[in-house]
Design a protein around this ligand. Structure first.
Ligand SMILES: *Cc1c(COP(=O)(O)O)cnc(C)c1O
Length: 383
C-alpha cells in the first residue's frame, strides 16, 4: 500500500476514461440509462443507490481510514443516524462520552430516545466508570469521540475497544477532530469510524457531509441498505468538493497542528487565560495517550477565560481573523462560544460546557497574525 499522502491524492481517483480528464467529473445526474432492462453500466442505476462521483469519495475515505467499506452521507448527523438505526433496536442502550458534539447527543437523546433507545453519557477516561455504565445484554454501542468537543478530552481508543469487545459491544469512534491524517481508529481496534466530512476532510467550509467507515461486511451491507432505503446521500457536487478538499488533507493537518501548538504555547500562562485545553501541551491530562495514538495534535483547542463568562463572550466577539462562527476544520480560523452555539442543546444539563470557555478552530493562516489577533482581543477584554 502506498503512503497516506499519496493515497489522499490518488485513491479512487482514476482519470476519466472517455476524455482523459485528469479529474473525475461531477456526475450531475439523477439516473442512468440501461442498455436493456437491468443492463446497468458499472452498476449505476439511480442516484440514491450510487453515483460515480460518490463512489470515488467513498473509495478515498475507506483507503485513508484503512477500512473495507465507506458510505458517504449528506451530513455527519445523517451518517450517525443511519449507523444508529442499523445497529440499535427499541430497548437497546448505548454508552456515550460525556463531552461529545452537542448534535450527536441531541440526535441520540431527543430523536432516538423517543423510539426506545437509552443512553448513558459518561466519562470515558476511566475504564472502571465505562464498565459500570455497561448494561450486560442491553448495551450495544460504545461511542467514543476523541479528541472530544469542545474540551479536547483524549480517550485511549485501543483500551476502550478491548473493553467494549469484552462486553460484546460495537465500538464507534467519531474521528472528525483528528481526521485520518492524524488518527486511524480502525487500526487501534475500533469497529466503526464516523465523520462529519464538513470539517477537516472537506477542509474549506464550503460543503456539508458525513461518512461511516468499517470493515465488517455484514454490517456494511445493512448500512448500505438503510442508506439506499432512506436516502441521505451526498450529492455529486458535494462529493466532488469533498474529494477536492481531501487531496490536501495531509499538508493541511500538519499546518493546523503547527499553528495550534504555537498558539497554545503562547496563550498558556497569560493572566487572562485560566486554562488552555490542547493535547499538544505536556500538562494536558491526555497528552501521553494522544502522543501515542495520534501523529499530530490537530487544530482544535478550547480556552477557559480567567474572568468568567463575560470575558469569554467578549473574546469570541472581539477577534477579527478568528471569525465568530459554528463549525471547524476549514483553512480559515474560527472562534465559537460553545455554551450558546454548538452546545446550546445541552445547556443547563450535566453535559453543559462551562460558560467561560471559547473554542478555537485554528486555521492555516500565518501564525504570527493569528497570535496578534488573539492578543489584540485579549487586550480589550476589560475596555
Ligand atoms: C460537526 C460534527 C458532527 C455533525 O456533523 P454535520 O456534518 O454537522 O452533520 C458530528 N461530530 C462532530 C465531532 C462534529 O464536529
Amino acid at each position: 500500500m502506498t503512503g497516506f499522502d499519496t493515497r489522499a491524492i490518488h485513491a479512487g481517483q482514476e482519470f476519466d476514461p472517455t476524455t482523459g480528464a485528469v479529474i473525475l467529473p461531477i456526475y450531475q445526474t439523477s439516473t442512468f440509462v440501461q442498455d436493456r432492462i437491468g443492463g446497468l453500466r458499472g452498476g449505476y442505476e439511480y442516484n440514491r443507490s450510487g453515483n460515480p462521483t460518490r463512489t470515488s469519495l467513498q473509495t478515498l475515505i475507506a483507503s485513508l481510514e484503512g477500512g473495507r467499506h465507506a458510505f458517504s452521507f449528506a451530513s455527519g448527523l445523517a451518517a450517525e443516524d443511519t449507523l444508529l438505526r442499523t445497529a440499535l433496536r427499541p430497548g437497546d442502550h448505548m454508552v456515550l462520552g460525556n463531552d461529545v458534539y452537542g448534535g450527536t447527543h441531541r440526535l441520540i437523546d431527543q430523536v432516538h430516545g423517543p423510539w426506545g433507545v437509552e443512553v448513558t453519557a459518561t466519562e470515558l477516561s476511566d475504564p472502571d466508570v465505562v464498565r459500570a455504565a455497561i448494561r450486560p445484554g442491553t448495551t450495544k454501542i460504545l461511542w467514543v469521540e476523541t479528541p472530544s468537543n469542545p474540551l479536547m478530552k483524549i480517550t485511549d481508543i485501543a483500551t476502550l475497544a478491548e473493553l467494549g469487545h469484552d462486553a460484546g459491544l460495537l465500538v464507534v469512534v467519531d474521528n472528525t477532530f483528528a481526521s485520518p491524517a492524524l488518527q486511524q481508529p480502525l487500526a487501534l481496534g475500533a469497529d466503526v469510524v464516523v465523520h462529519s466530512t464538513t470539517k477537516y476532510l472537506g477542509g474549506h467550509s464550503d460543503v456539508l457531509g458525513g461518512a461511516v467507515v468499517l470493515n465488517d461486511d455484514a454490517l456494511a451491507e445493512q448500512i448500505g441498505f438503510l442508506q439506499l432505503a432512506v436516502g441521505a446521500v451526498s450529492s455529486p457536487m458535494d462529493a466532488w468538493l469533498t474529494v477536492r478538499g481531501i487531496k490536501t488533507l495531509a499538508v493541511r493537518m500538519r499546518r493546523h497542528s503547527e499553528n495550534a501548538q504555537a498558539i497554545a504555547e503562547h496563550l498558556v500562562g497569560l493572566p487572562a487565560i485560566e486554562r488552555v485545553y490542547y493535547p499538544g501541551l505536556p500538562q494536558h491530562p491526555g497528552h501521553d495517550i494522544a502522543a501515542r495514538q495520534m501523529s499530530g495534535f490537530g487544530g482544535m483547542m478550547a480556552l477557559a477565560l480567567a474572568h468568567g463568562p463575560a470575558a469569554a463572550r467578549r473574546l469570541a466577539e472581539g477577534t477579527h481573523l478568528f471569525q465568530l462562527a459554528e463549525s471547524l476544520g476549514g483553512v480559515e480560523s474560527l472562534i465559537a462560544y460553545p455554551a450558546e452555539m454548538t452546545h446550546a442543546s445541552v445547556r443547563g444539563t450535566p453535559l453543559a460546557v462551562p460558560e467561560n470557555v471559547v473554542r478555537l478552530s485554528v486555521g492555516i493562516e500565518d501564525v504570527i497574525d493569528l497570535i496578534a489577533d488573539l492578543d489584540d482581543a485579549l487586550g480589550h477584554l476589560t475596555d
